[in-house]
Write a protein that binds this ligand. Structure first.
Ligand SMILES: *[C@@H]1O[C@H](CO)[C@@H](O)[C@H](O)[C@H]1NC(C)=O
Ligand SMILES: *[C@@H]1O[C@H](CO)[C@@H](O)[C@H](O)[C@H]1NC(C)=O
Ligand SMILES: *[C@@H]1O[C@H](CO)[C@@H](O)[C@H](O)[C@H]1NC(C)=O
Ligand SMILES: *[C@@H]1O[C@H](CO)[C@@H](O)[C@H](O)[C@H]1NC(C)=O
Ligand SMILES: *[C@@H]1O[C@H](CO)[C@@H](O)[C@H](O)[C@H]1NC(C)=O
Ligand SMILES: [Ca+2]
Length: 527
C-alpha cells in the first residue's frame, strides 16, 4: 500500500503535470487573452467514491454467528464472525476503510460448509461515472487468495459486463485458457484479456495477499518500464480507441469462484477454514472528462467533471447550449506539449450567425442569396442550419436539435404507404385499405397480400354459400358442383354438361351426390 500511495502523490502528477491547467493568460498582438489547453483531473483513490454490492444475499458471514479457523491453525476454530456485534462483524465497507497500522479490517464470507456446492461471491463496485485507470487494481485477501476468480468490468453502469482478467492456480483446468503474463504482452496485444496464475498459488496466507490487475505493466509496453515516455503512451491511447476504452470502467466486479485451499485438496472434515476475506480494494484512476476538465468533484453522491472549453455533461461529452456551431470533440493530447483543447465554439463565432447544431462543421456563403448556410448536414438533417430532418425522417421529440438522434427514419412500409415520408409524429400516408403508423396493417375487412385488398369473403357478411369455405378472406373454396366468387352458382345452371345424364332426374341426383360427398368430407357437413 505504501508503494501505491507514493506513486499516487508523486509519479502521477509529475508525469501528467503538463495537463494540470486548462488555460493560461497570454498576451498577443490583439491584447491579453486566455489560451486553452487540453486538461484532465488528477488521479484519485477511487475507493473513496465507490458504492459496493456483495452477492448473493447471505454471503457475508455472521448472520447467524459462526466460527471459523485459518489454514495456519486449522483445528483451532475459535474465531467468530457475528454481524450483530461491531467487534466481530465483517461488513463489505471494511474493504474500503483506511487500515490502521498492523490491524487489518476486512469483509468476510460465510465458510464453505455447503461443500461440494461451490462457494461463490460477487463483489461489485460502481461509480456511476466513467473512470480511467491510471494504476494497478490491488485486492488484498486476508487468510489466502482465491484459487479461482475473475475480474469483470462494465462501461455502461452495469448494463453489460465483459471479462477483464482471469485468475486461477491452474488456468487450463479452471478456464481452459493458457496461463500468460502481462509482462509478455506486446504493443499489438496490450489490451488482451488473459488468465494469470501469478496471484492464485498458495504461498502461506500471510505472505502473498494481493491480487493485481496490472495497469502499469500494460502502460509500460508503450511508455517504458519507468513510465517515462508518456507521450508515446498518449499517442497510442489517442489513436487506438480500443486501447483507451480498455482502461475505462464505470463498474468492476470480482467474481470469487473458489477460496484458498491451503493445499491440494479440500478437507471435508474441516470446512470452517475455507472462506473469502478481503481487507482492501485499491483502485487508482481519474474521472474521464474527455480532456476538457482539470477538476472532478463528488456531488450528490456521484463524481462529476467540472467541464471547461464550453463543454458539459458528466464526462464533458457534449457542447454547452449555444456552443454547438461545430461538432463536439474530445480534447487532444496532441500536439504536445499542451494538447489541443478542441473547445466548443459559440454560434456566430465562425461565420456570421450560422448555427448548424453540431450536424456540420462547415458553412458556405451563397453569393446570390446573400446567406450563409451549413454544408453537408449529417445525422439525417438538412436545411440552412441543419434544423430540419431529411425527407423520410421525422423529428425525435425527446431529442434536442443538436442531438445525433434528432431525426428518426419514417420506415414506412413500401407497399402499404403512398411514399416514404411521414408526419411529425412518424405516421406514414397509407394506401387504400392499409393502416397503422407505418401502414403495415390492414383496415378491418381488408386482408394483406403484397398490400391490402378488400376481403372477398368473411364470416359475417360475405359468407361463402352452398357449403364453400372462406380461405384467408381471399377466396371461397367451393364444393364440387358450385362456382362463383361466393360459390353461389350451381355448375348445372351454367353448363349443362356438368349435370348428371337424364334430364329431370339431374336435380335430385346432384343433390344426392353432394350429400354423399358432404358425409365423406369433414368440414362440409353443415351443407
Ligand atoms: C455474479 O455475476 C455474474 C455476472 O457478472 C452472474 O452471472 C453470477 O450469477 C453472479 N453470481 C452470484 C453469486 O451472484
Ligand atoms: C448517476 O449520476 C447522474 C449524473 O450525475 C445522476 O443524475 C444520477 O442520479 C446518478 N445515479 C445514481 C444511481 O446515483
Ligand atoms: C467559452 O465561452 C465563453 C463565453 O463566450 C468564452 O469567453 C470562452 O473563451 C469560451 N471558452 C473556450 C475554451 O472557447
Ligand atoms: C430520441 O432521442 C433520444 C435522446 O437522444 C434517444 O435516447 C432515443 O433513442 C431517440 N429515439 C429514437 C427512436 O431514435
Ligand atoms: C400524424 O398522423 C396521424 C395519423 O393520421 C395523426 O393522428 C397525427 O395527429 C398526425 N400528427 C401530426 C403532428 O399531424
Ligand atoms: Ca480494510
Amino acid at each position: 500500500m505504501l508503494y501505491l500511495a507514493a506513486l499516487l502523490v508523486h509519479c502521477v502528477p509529475l508525469a501528467m503535470g503538463q495537463y494540470d491547467i486548462c488555460k493560461s493568460w497570454v498576451t498577443t498582438d490583439d491584447g491579453p487573452s486566455w489560451e486553452f489547453y487540453a486538461c484532465q483531473p488528477k488521479a484519485m483513490r477511487m475507493k473513496d467514491y465507490v458504492t459496493v454490492r456483495v452477492d448473493p444475499a447471505g454471503i457475508t458471514c455472521g448472520d447467524p454467528p459462526e466460527r471459523f479457523c485459518t489454514h495456519e491453525n486449522p483445528y483451532l476454530c475459535s474465531d467468530e464472525c457475528d454481524a450483530s456485534n461491531p467487534d466481530l462483524a465483517h461488513p463489505p465497507k471494511l474493504m474500503f476503510d483506511s487500515e490502521d497500522e498492523g490491524l487489518a479490517t476486512y469483509w468476510q464470507s460465510v465458510t464453505w460448509r455447503r461443500y461440494p456446492e461451490p462457494l461463490l461471491a460477487n463483489i461489485t463496485l460502481s461509480w456511476n461515472k466513467s473512470i480511467e485507470l491510471t494504476d494497478d487494481i490491488v485486492i488484498t485477501f486476508e487468510y489466502g487468495r482465491p484459487t479461482i476468480m475473475m475480474l469483470e468490468k462494465s462501461l455502461d453502469n452495469g448494463r453489460t459486463w465483459h471479462p477483464y482478467q482471469y485468475y486461477a492456480d491452474d488456468c487450463m483446468e479452471a478456464f481452459s485458457m493458457p496461463a500468460r503474463r502481462v509482462r509478455d504482452l506486446s504493443t499489438t496485444s496490450a489490451n488482451r484479456v488473459l488468465c494469470t496464475e501469478e496471484y492464485s498459488r498458495w504461498a502461506g496466507s500471510k505472505k502473498e495477499k494481493t491480487v493485481r490487475f496490472e495497469v502499469r505493466d500494460r502502460f509500460a509496453i508503450f511508455a517504458g518500464p519507468d513510465l517515462k515516455n508518456m507521450d508515446n503512451l498518449y499517442t497510442r491511447l489517442e489513436s487506438a480507441k480500443g486501447l483507451k476504452d480498455f482502461f475505462t470502467v464505470t463498474d468492476l466486479r470480482m467474481r470469487l469462484l473458489r477460496p484458498a485451499l491451503g493445499g491440494t485438496y479440500v478437507q471435508r472434515e474441516n470446512l470452517y477454514k475455507y472462506f473469502y476475506a478481503v481487507s482492501n480494494i485499491e483502485v487508482t484512476g481519474r474521472c474521464k472528462c474527455n480532456l476538457h476538465a482539470n477538476l472532478c468533484t463528488f456531488k450528490e453522491g456521484s463524481l462529476q467533471c467540472e467541464c471547461e472549453h464550453n463543454t458539459t455533461g458528466q464526462d464533458c461529452g457534449k457542447c454547452k447550449k449555444n456552443f454547438r456551431s461545430r461538432s463536439w470533440r474530445a480534447g487532444s493530447y496532441l500536439p504536445l506539449p499542451n494538447g489541443s483543447p478542441n473547445a466548443c465554439a459559440a454560434a456566430g463565432s465562425a461565420f456570421g450567425n450560422c448555427e448548424c447544431y453540431g450536424h456540420s462543421n462547415r458553412c458556405s456563403y451563397i453569393d446570390f442569396l446573400n446567406v450563409v448556410t451549413c454544408v453537408s448536414c449529417k445525422h439525417n438533417t438538412r436545411g440552412q442550419h441543419c434544423q430540419h430532418c431529411r425527407l423520410g425522417f421525422y423529428r425525435n421529440s425527446s431529442a434536442e436539435l443538436d442531438d445525433e438522434n434528432v431525426c428518426i427514419e419514417c420506415n414506412c412500409n413500401q407497399i402499404g404507404s403512398m411514399h416514404d415520408r411521414c408526419n411529425e409524429t412518424g405516421y406514414c400516408e397509407c394506401r387504400e385499405g392499409a393502416t397503422g403508423p407505418k401502414c403495415d396493417d390492414c383496415l378491418p375487412n381488408y386482408y394483406w397480400r403484397q398490400g391490402c385488398f378488400p376481403n372477398v369473403c368473411d364470416d359475417e357478411l360475405l359468407l361463402c354459400q352452398n357449403g364453400g369455405t372462406c380461405y384467408q378472406n381471399q377466396r371461397c373454396i367451393c364444393p364440387v358442383g358450385f362456382k362463383g366468387v361466393l360459390c353461389q352458382q350451381s355448375r348445372c345452371e351454367v353448363d349443362k354438361k356438368d349435370c348428371d345424364g337424364a334430364p329431370g332426374a339431374r336435380g335430385s341426383l346432384a343433390a344426392l351426390a353432394l350429400g354423399m360427398l358432404a358425409l365423406q368430407l369433414p368440414g362440409w357437413v353443415d351443407l
